[in-house]
Design a protein around this ligand. Structure first.
Ligand code: CP
Length: 318
């Protein structure tokens, strides 16, 4: 696997291979052995043009647990503010020995440009590009769902028949897009619920069911998983999102809505959360919430992705 750019590119076999290797990595990180020598002598650069807590830190933890050297680059405070291009920045980092570049960028398609351009030899991993994709988030979400359903017998299993409802700001969500592709590849039934102004016009190409009324959708689907999405206020204006109170009332996972869910329904959120807007404290902090599990699983999944892009069969492109 040369690069990881998009969940849409992953076949069922590719995805299961990543998830199964992540199971092995999770086993390692919970045993006495905290570190593997696999990427010793390799340098991973975290090239972040947008803010991040979970993704950047978990890629750093993942690389260090595989014994790689890590360079963290934030566009803020760098020569990007003097107008340096992506090409020149990437080539500067490559000249310092970057073998892998984990990139987060506000422009959809920036990781693919970097991978296709030939500007650098490094393996490229998409850590979130604009509103396009966030493939490692979808992989860690699938890993978390698979563990909740199949427990210790997860290896080799997919998500066949799992009912997943994704709620909120689908329009701006790269997490929703990556999850729609990956969950369907793994056999899940995906329903999205959003106000009409927060749905992409091309939603039909994702092969998901669409609802506007959250209570109706929850009653009809009786989901195994409800995934709440962050309202991305930084990417929208009032035409999309006129009123926080109205949004919370109609599309938020309030305490009352959470209590009305089937007892077995799991609640997910990629973080960061807007508590009181898209999710209540009761739902977010419940034992049925996987929010912290998702973060912990992210390290194992990113170890698997770094292993496959930097130490695996790199001719085998995804
Ligand atoms: N879920 C996610 O991508 O979080 P960060 O923006 O904190 O990385």
């Amino acid at each position: 696997m040369r690069h990881l750019l998009s969940a849409a590119d992953l076949s069922r076999e590719d995805a299961l291979r990543i998830l199964d290797i992540a199971e092995d990595m999770a086993d390692v990180s919970t045993r006495e052995v905290r570190k593997l020598p696999t990427l010793r002598g390799t340098t991973v650069v975290n090239l972040f043009y947008e803010d991040s807590t979970r993704t950047r830190i978990s890629f750093e933890a993942a690389a260090k647990r595989l014994s790689a050297d890590v360079i963290n680059f934030a566009a803020k405070g760098s020569s990007v503010s003097k107008g340096e291009s992506l090409k020149d920045t990437a080539q500067t980092l490559a000249a310092m020995g970057a073998d892998g570049i984990v990139i987060r960028h506000p422009s959809s398609g920036a990781p693919k440009v970097l991978a296709d351009s030939g500007w650098v030899e490094a393996g490229i991993v998409n850590a979130g590009d604009g509103t396009h994709e966030h493939p490692t988030q979808a992989l860690l979400d699938a890993f978390t769902m698979r563990r909740r359903i199949h427990g210790p017998a997860s290896r080799g299993r997919d998500l066949d028949g799992l009912r997943v409802v994704v709620v909120g700001d689908i329009l701006h969500s790269r997490v929703a897009r990556s999850n729609a592709w990956l969950l369907r590849t793994l056999g899940a039934q995906v329903t999205v619920v959003a106000p009409p102004t927060l749905l992409p016009v091309d939603i039909s190409r994702f092969g998901v069911d669409v609802h506007f009324d959250l209570d109706e959708a929850l009653a009809r689907v009786r989901p195994d998983v409800v995934m709440m999405l962050r309202i991305q206020q930084e990417r929208m204006n009032e035409a999309f999102f006129p009123n926080a109170r109205e949004y919370a009332r109609s599309w938020g996972l309030s305490a009352a809505r959470f209590r009305a869910l089937p007892e077995s329904t799991v609640v997910m959120h990629p973080g960061p959360m807007n508590r009181g807007l898209e999710i209540s404290d009761e739902a977010a902090d419940s034992p049925r919430s996987t929010v912290r599990e998702q973060v912990a699983n992210g390290v194992a999944v990113r170890m698997a992705v770094l292993y496959l892009t930097l130490a695996g069969d790199r001719e085998d492109s995804l």
